[in-house]
Ligand binder design. Structure first.
Ligand SMILES: Cc1c2[nH]c(c1CCC(=O)O)Cc1[nH]c(c(CCC(=O)O)c1C)Cc1[nH]c(c(CCC(=O)O)c1C)Cc1[nH]c(c(CCC(=O)O)c1C)C2
Length: 376
């Protein structure tokens, strides 16, 4: 057991605080808790990614999941965007598909095709192929080591976010075997095998809870759940197959963290789930992440101050000239207001985006939010 984990297990909050370098910029954590900050904090989903030439150089010729298994590589890729831009948070380089791997499934990242499962789940009997009990500390130890290393190397510059895919999104990959437009194979399970679907979602939930707690024990200072495939579900199926598991995860993680005297904000990002905004704001998460299809003012109204909000500029707005990006950011900030708000994109950065425009986005968030704060 590493020293940090020992203090965590002993619930020794005082020693825990001294183990890692002191945090210098806590705007992201304060905004997550709904506090007023001197500027609006900003980070980008997929900020460690192929739009950066140094990322492409580091990844060149290396297998994607081999990279995920190397704490040194993950640490380097996590830190790269921070060397270029004054982001207010970092997200650990990893992937949501490490969880199906921990359950015993084989996944490869094929160039030009994306994640590909060798043998996806086809029928409910296939659930027997999954590990009935997963030793998360053993199977995902490489992620925990990457987090601990990065938390040291980041030198307290900004907080480090840990993450997991949410159960439904992971289930859909495990059945589709990769990316899909219709998700019809996975949705077939929901209509045809609802009990087996719930069984799989429960198995995933149990592993995700342990995985998230392990990430905090390793040094993660916030957690984000990615329900990237929420939009393919309608409100009725979301309520049955996604929301209860998202709630269960937050409740169980929070209960455990409370026992440990740990206060770690949790973010839920359910892409295209605009129909469930009210429910998501009452799901025990401090922050609800939004995609770009939701109007900031209406999101504030519908969530009624119960949560902080994160998002939601259309990633494609980064193709606009810099002055236009600045105007779009200003309008977005006016819509959300500067309190209890974390600026981000409505989804991840694309590989062909210009790093300079990412820099313009970050700068515009800081500049306009500081100006807004001066006026109140
Ligand atoms: C950079 C990267 C990642 N994954 C993949 C890539 C591109 C491949 C490469 O660089 O070689 C393949 C990679 N991994 C995945 C995909 C999507 C495939 C598809 O469904 O079409 C691809 C191309 C699956 C995945 N992976 C992830 C999600 C949830 C977020 C989202 O909705 O985009 C999903 C759905 C999470 C993820 N994935 C990653 C991070 C950490 C980096 C960061 O955000 O800065 C995170 C948080 C890292």
């Amino acid at each position: 057991m590493k020293l940090y984990q020992k203090y965590f297990a002993e619930k020794n909050a005082l020693k825990l605080a001294y183990y890692f370098p002191q945090l210098k910029n806590n705007t992201f954590l304060r905004a997550a808790r709904g506090e007023q900050t001197e500027h609006v904090p900003v980070w980008c989903m997929r900020q460690a990614g192929r739009y950066l030439p140094e990322f492409r150089a580091s990844r060149e010729g290396k297998d994607f999941f081999e990279t995920c298994r190397s704490p040194e590589h993950c640490c380097e890729l996590t830190l790269q965007p921070l060397r270029r831009f004054p982001f207010d948070a970092a997200i650990i380089f990893s992937d949501i598909l490490v969880v199906p791997q921990a359950l015993g499934m084989e996944v490869q990242m094929l160039t030009g095709k994306g994640p590909t499962f060798t043998d996806p789940l086809k029928e409910p009997e296939d659930l027997q192929r999954l590990r009935a009990s997963v030793d998360v500390n053993k199977e995902l130890d490489y992620v925990f080591r990457a987090i601990t290393l990065t938390r040291h190397k980041i030198e307290g510059k900004v907080p480090l976010i840990g993450f997991s895919g949410a159960p439904w999104t992971l289930m859909s990959y495990m059945i589709e075997g990769g990316g899909s437009n219709t998700h019809s194979k996975a949705k077939r399970w929901l209509y045809r095998h609802p009990e087996s679907s719930h069984m799989l979602l429960r198995m995933l939930t149990d592993v995700i809870v342990e995985y998230l707690l392990g990430q905090v024990a390793a040094g993660a200072q916030a957690l984000q759940l990615f329900e990237s495939h929420a939009g393919i579900l309608g409100p009725v199926q979301f309520k049955e197959f996604s929301l209860p598991y998202l709630r269960d995860i937050a409740r169980r993680v929070k209960d455990k963290l409370k026992e440990m005297d740990q206060d770690v904000p949790m973010i839920v990002f359910a892409k295209d789930a605009h129909y469930a905004l009210e429910e998501l704001s009452e799901s025990h998460y401090e922050v609800v992440g939004l995609d770009w299809t939701i109007d900031p003012r209406s999101a504030r109204k519908r969530t009624g101050g119960k949560v902080s909000l994160q998002g939601n500029m259309d990633p494609c707005a980064l193709y606009a000239p810099k002055e236009r990006i600045s105007d779009i950011v200003k309008k977005m900030l006016e819509g959300f207001g500067s309190r209890g708000y974390i600026a981000n994109l409505g989804h991840g950065l694309y590989p062909d985006m210009d790093p300079e425009n990412v820099g313009a986005f970050v700068e515009a968030v800081h500049l306009h939010s500081k100006n807004m704060n001066k006026q109140v």
